[in-house]
Ligand binder design. Sequence first.
Ligand code: HEM
Length: 565
Amino acid sequence: MLFLIKWFLGFLLGGDGGGKQLPPCPPGIPMIGNLVGMLMNRPTTKWIVRVMNDMKTDIACFRFGRVHVIAITSDEIAREVVKEKDSVFADRPDSYSAEYISCGYKGVVFDEYGERQMKMKKVMTSELMSTKALDLLRDVRNLESDNLLAYVLNLYEKGGLVNVRDIVCTHTHSVKMRLLFGRKHFKETTKDGSLGPMEKEHFDAIFKALDCFFSFYIADYYSLFRGWNVQGEEVVLREAVDIIAKYNKMIIDEKIGLWRKNCDANKNVPKDWLDILFTLKDDKGKPLLTPEEITHLSIDLDVVGIDNAVNVIEWTLAEMLNQREILEQAVEEIDRVVGKDRLVQESDVPKLNYVKACIRETLRLHPTNPFLVPHMARQDTTLAGYFVPKGSHILVSRPGIGRNPKTWDEPLIYKPERHLTGDEVMLTEPDMRLVSFGTGRRGCVGTKLGTYMIVTLLGRLLQGFDWTLPPKTGKVELVESKENLFMAKPLLACVEPRLDPNIGSGNNNFNSAVGEHMFDKVLTPSDVGKLNRLVIPKQHAENYFPLEDNQTGTVLDFEDRTGKM
Ligand code: HEM
C-alpha cells in the first residue's frame, strides 16, 4: 500500500529528485508545483526571470505538473548545457506548438535528436547553407537589398516617415521567399515593393505561430488536455500553420509540375532552395526527400531567423537614434570601408566591425526570444552541481544571460564598444556570454546567412539614408512590449537619402523600383515615374508570372504619376 501511495505521488509530482538536490525551486503547491504561478503570471516567460531575480539565483527548477523545468540565467551554466554536456541536452521537449509547427515532428528545429532529425539538419547544413548554395543565391539577396532601398526611397518621396518594423518585415519575408521559392510574391506583384495581401497573410501566420511557441500552455505539461483548445491557442496556432502550409504547398505543387515538364536535366538548374531540395538523390539515385518532407522543411525554413532580423534592426536603429554618436560612428565606418560609390556588399561584412558590435550589443540587451529553443535532458544528469532528472526541460534565458550583472558591466546600458577587442567582431558567441545563434548539436545552421542578412541590411539602411526622429519626438521610448521582447510600439523615423540614387550599376543600385534588374540602362526614379508600359522579356517574366510556352514575355500597363494610363 505504502509503495502504491509513493508511486502515485511520484507519478503526480514527477519525482523530487529521489533525495538528490534539485536546483532551487520557488514555493509551489503539492501535486501541481508552480502551475498556478505559470497560469496566473502572463507572459510566463517574463515571470520566470522575475522569480529568479527575486530568488537571486542563476538556476531554478520550476515544477509545472510532473515536469521539471530548469531555467538558467548564467553563461557558465549555459555552456554546460550546449558545450560540455551537449549530447545529454540535445533533445527538444514535446509541446503542442512544436508538434503542430513541425507537422508531427517531421522537421528539424523542434524534433527529437536522432537519425531522422540529423538527416534533415544535414540537408540544411550541407546543401542549403553550403558555400556553393550561398554563393548561388547571393544575387537574389542583393536584389532584395536593392529593393529595400528603393522601397524606402519610395516612402521618402511620399513624405519621409518610415515604419522600421514594416520595412524590415517586408525585406526579410521577401528574402526568405526568394531563397526558398525563387520569387517574392505568391501570385500578384505590388507596384511599390510592399508585401501583397497573400504575402502579408503568410507573414502574419509565421509570426502568430512563433508567438504561440513560448506560451506555456497547460497541455504541454498535461498532454491529456491536448486537442481541447483549453486556452484558445490551439485554434490560433492551427489556423496559422495551415495558412503557411497552404501557401508553401501551392508553390511546391507548381514546382513539381515544372520539374516534371522540364525532365531534361540541363533545363533543371537549381535557382532556389526548393530546386536544390528537389534535386537531392539518395545512394540508389532515388529522390532523397518526398514532397511531404520538402513541405515540412519549408515550414521550418519559414519560421527560423525571420523574427531575429526584424527585432535586431528595429532595436539597433532605436538605440542609435537616442545616442546619435553611435549612429555617426557606424556611418563613418561604412563610408571608410565601403565608400560612397557603391552599396554595402556581403563581402564587406568582415570589415564592418563597429556595425557588428552594435548588432551584438542589441543581441545581448534586446534579444528576440525569451529563451533558446528549449532543450531536454536525455538522461539523469547534473547542472551547476544540482541534480537534473531525465526529461527535464531546459530553458536558457536570453535576456537573463545578456543582462546578467555578473557577466556584464552596466548591463542595461547600450555600449557597442564593449565588443571591440581588436579582433574581428563576430555575431556568433560559442561561450554563451550572450545568446545569438547558440552552439553545439542543436546550434543554428543559419549563422553565416543570418550574419550576412542582418549586417548588410543595417549597413545599407545606414549608408543609404540619414535617419532622424520624427519632428517633436525628443527620444525614442525604449520600452519592451508587455507580451514579448519586441519594442512596445513600432519604431517610426524620418529618412533623407544620403547617396546619389544612381550609384553602382546593374545589380548594385538602389533605384530599381520593385527591383528586377531587367533594364539595359539603369532607370532613375524620375524615369520610373514616367513609365506607363513596361515590356518584360521571358527570362525575367517567367520568374513572376505564369507564361504559356509560346509567350516571349509579358507587358505591364500602369498609371504614371500624372494619373494617365
Ligand atoms: C538571423 C539570425 C538568426 C539567429 C539570431 C538565429 C538563432 C538561432 C538560435 C538561438 C537557435 C537555437 C539554438 C539552440 O537551441 O541551442 C537556432 C536554431 C536554428 N536555426 Fe537559427 N538563427 C538565425 C537565422 C537562421 C537562419 C537564416 C536559418 C536558416 C534558414 C536558421 C536555421 C536554424 C535551424 C534549422 C535551427 C535548429 C537547429 C536544431 O534544432 O538542431 N537560423 N537559431
